[in-house]
Design a protein around this ligand. Structure first.
Ligand code: UD1
Ligand code: CA
Length: 448
């Protein structure tokens, strides 16, 4: 049986008080609806339909290029009406999974459980027991058998006591949906076409209604306002922190880490407080990250230490390097084993050789720096003439005196020495000393 996934995202999300559609607000740096899409896309061969209404264009634009069938629900007449808009696009005889764009953290294995209980004689619901079920549709059972869902506003006093609630997520055959949706009426407290009314129809027809429950209630929690968004964000971060610790990393404080992407760690890594990881980051064994770092799309080799307040983006860093504090490693920087990049040093699109040291106040861009090179404080690779970028080559073992400007394109040979304060515009051969600056003139006894 084919799988169709219908994600409801037409609502306005008034309580976010935002110009941005609710489903584009993020958890862990990723729009909520993208979380849903990413899990849905793990179901092989499934076709995704996204029901949009409010700010439909903004949602469509944000998700451009993905395999999504956008279905427009121009008037929000209820969840049943929303699913009905997608009905003409569903494969006959498919299994249909219904999800919400503002419920970001449901794992795909729950989707699989639900889909496994769809047939000509079965459908399934994701439910959860809540201490405080206020506001949710209640699962009405008779001798344990699901008979109906009643919405809060339509529930009797007895039904309001039920703590098992409808998460909204369900799976049902297309055949059944196309039979039941046209029969929905809006004759209820909210004057809406409730998707939940199909449960009573199913029960009446003797269809078995299976239920599944999440491991954590946060996995089925929807976001209606910014407080709920922040709560879910922190819960999710705590889960990610737990996982890192299980994998063998120590965290100075698991409540002060932010992972916005995927972070993989080796054994015995240490991560101090307030570090943000974005995109794909890999830390090999024994990596230590100081407080307040931001590390994006980078690989960091075993035993490397990154000190406080360093920013690393798109870099490949080998083992036993030392970085920071206050270093900025920009995209396409490659540090070879044992390299040191110290405070207020910026690197970009450069290779820093084995054991090379760039300890203070330096800009290295478009450069190829050999092994054991020492770059003195205040050195600048002048890589840009206002129009084009040029390369600087520094051979193994060279020594660049402090406060030198290397005007690219330029190459410094192996073991060459550049005198402090030099402006180097011409290539320097290996083993040479080059000094390029005005000579110091001292006039004794000089008066103004
Ligand atoms: C719905 C369920 C309720 C469940 C709760 C879980 C119904 C009738 N009720 O109630 O049983 O406990 O979710 O959160 O289904 N949407 C559309 N088009 C519409 C209406 C809604 O796309 O016309 C979307 C919304 O954007 C939202 C989702 O459907 O993502 C749920 O809608 P909402 O109005 O929040 O439903 P609830 O009243 O909370
Ligand atoms: Ca809701």
């Amino acid at each position: 049986m084919a799988i169709d996934i219908v994600i409801l995202a037409a609502g306005q999300g008034t309580r976010m008080r935002s110009n941005k559609p609710k489903v584009l607000h993020s958890i862990a740096g990723k729009p909520m609806v993208q979380h849903v899409l990413d899990q849905a896309n793990l179901l092989e061969g499934a076709k995704v339909h996204l029901v949009v209404g409010h700010s439909a264009e903004q949602v469509r634009e944000a998700l451009e290029g993905q395999a999504i069938n956008f279905v427009v629900q121009s008037e929000q007449l209820g969840t049943g009406h929303a699913v009905a808009q997608a009905l003409p696009d569903l494969a006959t005889d498919s299994k249909v999974l219904i999800l919400y764009g503002d419920v970001p953290l449901t794992p795909v294995d729950l989707f699989e459980d639900l889909l496994n209980s769809v047939s000509d004689t079965q459908m399934s619901l994701l439910t959860v027991n809540l201490e405080n079920p206020m506001g949710y549709g209640r699962i009405v059972r008779d001798n344990g058998v699901v008979k109906a869902i009643v919405e809060q506003k339509d529930a009797s006093a007895d039904q309001l006591l039920i703590q098992e609630i409808n998460t909204g997520i369900m799976a049902v055959s297309q055949q059944h949906l196309s039979e039941w949706l046209p029969k929905l009426s809006s004759n209820n407290a909210q004057g809406e076409y409730y998707l939940t009314d199909i449960i009573a129809m199913a029960a009446d027809q003797g269809i078995e209604i299976k239920t599944a429950q999440p491991q954590f209630e946060q996995q089925v929690q929807g976001v209606n306002n910014r407080q709920q968004q922040a709560e879910l964000e922190r819960w999710n971060q705590n889960q990610l922190a737990e996982k890192l610790m299980i994998e063998g990393a120590s965290l100075a404080d698991p409540s002060r880490i932010d992972i916005r992407g995927s972070l993989s760690v080796g054994k015995d890594c240490f991560i101090d407080i307030n570090t943000v990881f974005e995109g794909d980051v890999t830390l090999a064994d024994g990596v230590e990250i100081g407080p307040n770092c931001i590390i994006t799309n980078s690989v960091i080799g075993a035993g490397t230490k990154v000190e406080a307040n360093s920013v690393i983006d798109g870099a490949s860093i080998a083992e036993n390097c030392a970085i920071g504090p206050f270093a900025r490693i920009r995209p396409a920087s490659e540090l070879k084993a044992g390299a040191k990049v110290g405070n207020f040093v910026e690197t970009k699109k450069s290779v820093i050789g084995v054991g090379a040291k760039i300890n203070h106040l330096t800009y290295i861009g478009d450069a190829n720096i050999g092994s054991k090179v020492n770059v003195g404080a205040g050195t600048i690779t002048c890589n840009y003439d206002g129009v084009n970028k040029f390369k600087t080559e520094i051979g193994d073992g060279a020594f660049i005196g402090s406060n030198s400007s290397l005007v690219a394109p330029v190459s410094i040979g192996a073991n060459a020495v550049i005198g402090a304060g030099s402006t180097i515009t011409k290539d320097v051969e290996a083993d040479a000393l080059s000094v390029g600056r005005g000579k110091q003139i001292t006039k004794s006894g000089w008066k103004k």
